[in-house]
Write a protein that binds this ligand. Structure first.
Ligand code: NAD
Length: 353
């Protein structure tokens, strides 16, 4: 077997423990931060306030204005607030939206981020930023936006609503699945991605039956951490491109969109990537990973139809045009026919063909 790869290790400290949130003051102290801006969505403002309380006068500002896909005006207001208050660091409490807004601040100001993730989206492990404007989402990579410290506390995920628990978990699975066939997947990243699939696929059915089961919450967050690391280390393909277009253009909800689209993209891609197919078969214990993930998500109560999630039927052409205009590296040829097959299936919510 020929071995030919590049593997880059990214800086960053991860603290993983039930109760890790109580180490926030010590971890910000360790970084020498004295004036923190605390970012969350409006829905998680109270939680962010509670978590930041031990920081006392080291909180320079609370900014609970994060919104899905980081609208440009929301990013500009947060950057202005960080500058006005003389912040020297950001604390992000929440999912990809809160962490995304902290990244927008870091990108402009270079401030370090301490993240306390509360979903399985994985943004805290990546140097990827995103901003949306005029129905388009722009993303890029900048090492400045990779959080300096991540506090993973499974107890913070117990309040995730059951439906979001499942779809956010499938969002993480999508990172690992696409990492396994990424052009820049190294042997280390392949191990990380496969272990993440194993942990997440094992945890999600247990969380459906018992949403506050601490061991299942810890396993899911562990899988999400690894999935975020795999995402941050590789270049994503067609699945992430389609979800990015669907989110940016139609404002579809992020985790739910990933869940509806993933099985259909895998059905098209996996026949072209035997090693990724074998890794997914082994991690999921299923001969047909695409069909297995569809049934797993649907049986756990996820909505599998993009139409019901808000995609108008006549929106398909706009998605196809955008996907063809700037194709990502992808194992299967990205043709109009392949895109129609994927999007028709996801629109109606039927199992992958
Ligand atoms: P989100 O952060 O928008 O959270 C969804 C909703 O759930 C919000 O209202 C939030 O307040 C609430 N919520 C979050 N955690 C909760 C909890 N534990 N209990 C109760 N409510 C909770 O959703 P998300 O799926 O985590 O993130 C999606 C965004 O992140 C998208 O914009 C996506 O593009 C971005 N993202 C970026 C990257 C990256 O590497 N840059 C990676 C993944 C996702």
């Amino acid at each position: 077997m020929t071995r030919d790869f590049v593997h880059e290790t990214r800086p960053g400290r991860v603290v993983f423990a039930a109760g890790a949130r109580h180490r926030l003051a010590a971890e910000t102290e360790r970084l020498g931060l004295r004036r923190l801006i605390v970012i969350s969505t409006p829905e998680q403002a109270e939680l962010a306030g509670e978590l930041a309380a031990p920081l006392r006068d080291r909180v320079a500002a609370r900014h609970p204005h994060a919104a899905m896909h980081v609208p440009a005006e929301v990013a500009a207001a947060a950057v202005a607030r960080a500058r006005e208050t003389g912040a020297d660091g950001c604390v992000a409490v929440g999912g990809g939206s809160a962490i995304g807004l902290a990244k927008a601040i870091a990108r402009e100001t270079g401030l370090p981020i301490v993240a306390l993730p509360t979903t399985y989206a994985g943004s805290e492990m990546t140097p990827i930023w995103g901003v949306s404007e005029d129905g388009r989402k722009t993303t890029g990579r900048d090492p400045k936006v990779l959080p300096a410290t991540v506090l993973y506390d499974p107890e913070l995920t117990v309040t995730l609503p059951p439906a979001l628990t499942i779809t956010s978990g499938v969002n993480a699975l999508a990172h690992s699945a696409e990492a396994l066939y990424a052009p820049d997947c190294s042997p280390v990243t392949a191990l990380v991605a496969a272990e993440s699939v194993r942990a997440l696929a094992g945890a999600l059915p247990r969380l459906r039956d018992s949403p506050s089961n601490p061991d299942a919450r810890a396993d899911a967050l562990y899988g999400a951490w690894l999935a975020g690391a795999a995402l941050g280390s590789t270049t994503m393909s067609l699945h992430h491109q389609l979800c990015h277009i669907l989110g940016g253009t139609f404002d579809l909800p992020h985790a739910q969109t990933h869940t509806a689209v993933l099985p259909h993209v895998l059905a098209v891609n996996l026949p072209h990537v035997p090693a990724a197919l074998a890794a997914l078969r082994s991690a999921l214990g299923a001969a047909d990973p695409a069909g297995h993930l569809f049934h797993l998500a649907r049986d756990l109560g996820a909505e599998m139809s993009l139409k019901i999630l808000g995609l108008p039927e006549d929106g398909l052409t706009a998605v196809i045009d955008q996907a063809l205009a700037s194709p990502y590296a992808n194992p299967a040829p990205v043709t109009e026919a392949a895109l129609r097959r994927i999007l028709d299936g996801a629109l109606t919510g039927r199992p992958p063909a």
